[in-house]
Design a protein around this ligand. Structure first.
Ligand SMILES: Nc1ncnc2c1ncn2[C@@H]1O[C@H](COP(=O)(O)OP(=O)(O)OP(=O)(O)O)[C@@H](O)[C@H]1O
Length: 303
């Protein structure tokens, strides 16, 4: 599979402050990639460097298999759609009129407008003035503008920022379906970790300008085992076995909560509990939420 975005030792220095520190991103083709980190982590600065809007202090960017240079920038940006600052658009014009302006700027035929309005579910409202739009609608219009001309890559900086729960849900569905609906690879940033979990397949986690993890979301979750709860018929019989295995377990009536365990240890423990008559009737492994994983990654770094 082709890597659509690749950075090598990408750095941005603002005076003495290092905003982006040797960032290496690898965004595979056809996925939704979540670029996640708290406020001030370096997400926007990285994305602006990907689009050639600001110059890196050091390092390199490859987009769509090509090195980003002064010469390649324009042809590459023609194949890239972006939503970087808050939604664009003239408030006194309709969505249709705004899209016509952007289509002309991009050299895209007006017949593409119907397609992008459909994708972002604004066809019904195409002739309303954008000043009357909700923030969610304005964000979707911003995405429609980015989608004009069928870009191979979409770079969206916090498109869910400021949206209410319904708007977030709508945006989530829109982004999740984007590769299938348009063929575009999507890089989306957010500090809202929980909601990213439901729309991305690949993640890059950044904090203080450093990448803390990059890879499939499932790998991050697998590496970050959560607690295991066991429902037992007779938890009293389990207590000595748990103690003998050095485990401190929370017991709430028939439910025992164990700390994260390797598969082999867990299998061995379940066998012993069954043999002593504790009666294991249910075993539930808990996957950590992205929020919990992020907190443990950042505290590991602090240690
Ligand atoms: N033009 C600038 N001059 C000086 N410092 C800057 C500039 N732009 C960004 N920074 C600093 O670089 C760091 C990273 O900022 P950036 O905007 O990339 O973070 P972010 O992860 O996008 O945060 P947010 O989620 O708040 O947008 C911050 O400490 C910020 O203050």
């Amino acid at each position: 599979m082709q890597t659509v975005i690749e950075t090598k030792a990408l750095c941005k220095q603002y005076g003495p402050h290092t905003a982006v520190d040797h960032v290496e991103l690898h965004v595979p083709q056809g996925c939704v990639y979540g670029f996640i980190g708290p406020n001030g982590a370096g997400k926007s600065t990285t994305m602006k460097m990907l689009l050639g809007l600001i110059h890196p202090t050091a390092g390199r960017v490859r987009l769509l298999g090509q090195e980003l240079t002064e010469k390649s920038r324009l042809p590459l940006l023609r194949q890239t759609g972006s939503l970087i600052e808050s939604p664009a658009g003239y408030l006194h014009l309709t969505a249709q009129e705004n899209l016509e302006i952007v289509a002309d700027l991009k050299g895209v035929p007006h017949k593409d407008i119907g397609r992008v309005l459909d994708i972002v579910h604004l066809t019904q409202d195409r002739n309303r003035r954008v000043g009357q739009y909700s923030l969610g609608m304005k964000q979707r219009l911003g995405i429609a503008m980015a989608l004009l001309g069928s870009p191979k890559l979409l770079i969206l900086d916090e498109p869910t920022n400021g949206l209410d729960p319904a708007g977030i849900q709508e945006m989530r569905a829109l982004i999740r379906n984007m590769p299938a609906a348009t063929g575009a690879t999507v890089l989306i940033s957010s500090h809202l970790l929980g909601e990213m979990e439901q729309m991305v397949e690949q993640v890059g986690i950044i904090d203080h300008g450093h990448i803390l993890f990059e890879g499939p979301l499932t790998e991050l979750q697998r590496h970050s085992r959560g607690n295991v709860t066991l429902r037992l018929l007779d938890p009293a019989k389990a207590a000595p076995i748990l103690r003998a295995n050095g485990l401190t377990a929370h017991s709430d009536s028939c439910v025992v909560t164990l700390p994260p365990l390797q598969d082999a240890l867990l299998a061995d423990l379940v066998q012993k509990l069954a043999a002593c008559g504790a009666g294991v009737v249910e075993l539930t492994p808990h996957t950590k939420t992205l929020e919990e994983i992020f907190l443990s990654l950042t505290s590991e770094e602090a240690d």
